[in-house]
Design a protein around this ligand. Structure first.
Ligand code: GAR
Length: 208
């Protein structure tokens, strides 16, 4: 069984999808051993505690220097012996200290079809506001490996979601979560744990 550390910042619906998938036997060969939050009081911590999963908080705002934050985060990740790090609504940017130690072992869920509406400053509701402003008719979600370029690592899975007339950012965010994020994140985690993702440069081949 691979050990999974999940990093969160907010409500934790993607964490919940992972917990439910594990309970339902849908994460083959992996188990969530720890949830680490970048904010005290994140509701995701309550979800983890309710599921009996160990939690820790490494609060971004307690560190002036991003490198110190990164080192503290790495120490917390290493303590649980994680084989895979999952960013599930983790809204701080990871630095080189963590990324270089876990090359091709950190995956992130982003609420758009990368390379649209992604990169520095594109997160959460803002991504859906941008999609609606641009007037695209299809959006979606992407699971990808994390490298030093924000949202720039190799893509693992994507799923498209229709945009409907009258959508607000909130309505669209919910649809993208329900129809795409909560499905492809657990699926990608399981594929990783089953060694079914091969990375070549900045692309992947995924066995189905
Ligand atoms: C999700 O929509 C996730 O894709 C997004 O934040 C939300 C967190 O919700 N992440 C990003 O925008 C990362 N760039 P959750 O806490 O309920 O899972």
């Amino acid at each position: 069984m691979l050990k999974i550390a999940v990093l969160v910042s907010g409500g934790g619906t993607n964490l919940q999808a992972l917990i439910d998938a594990e309970r339902g036997g849908k994460i083959k060969n992996g188990t969530i051993v720890k949830v680490i939050a970048s904010k005290d009081g994140a509701y995701a911590l309550t979800r983890a505690a309710n599921a009996g999963i160990e939690t820790a908080v490494v609060a971004r705002k307690s560190f002036e220097n991003p490198d110190d934050y990164d080192r503290a985060l790495l120490a917390e990740i290493e303590k649980c012996g994680a084989d895979l790090v999952v960013l599930a609504g983790f809204l701080s940017i990871l630095g080189e200290t963590v990324i270089s130690k876990y090359e091709n072992k950190i995956i992130n869920i982003h609420p758009s079809l990368i390379p649209s509406f992604c990169g520095k400053g594109c997160y959460g509701l803002k991504v859906h506001e941008m999609a609606l402003e641009k007037g695209v008719k299809v959006t979606g979600a992407t699971v990808h490996f994390v490298n030093l370029i924000p949202d720039g690592g190799a893509i693992i899975l994507q799923k498209a979601v229709e945009i409907k007339n009258g959508d607000t950012p909130e309505v669209l965010q919910r649809r993208v979560m329900e129809e795409a994020e909560w499905e492809i994140l657990p699926k990608a985690v399981s594929l990783f744990c089953e060694c079914k993702i091969k990375v070549t440069g900045n692309t992947t081949v995924v066995e189905d």
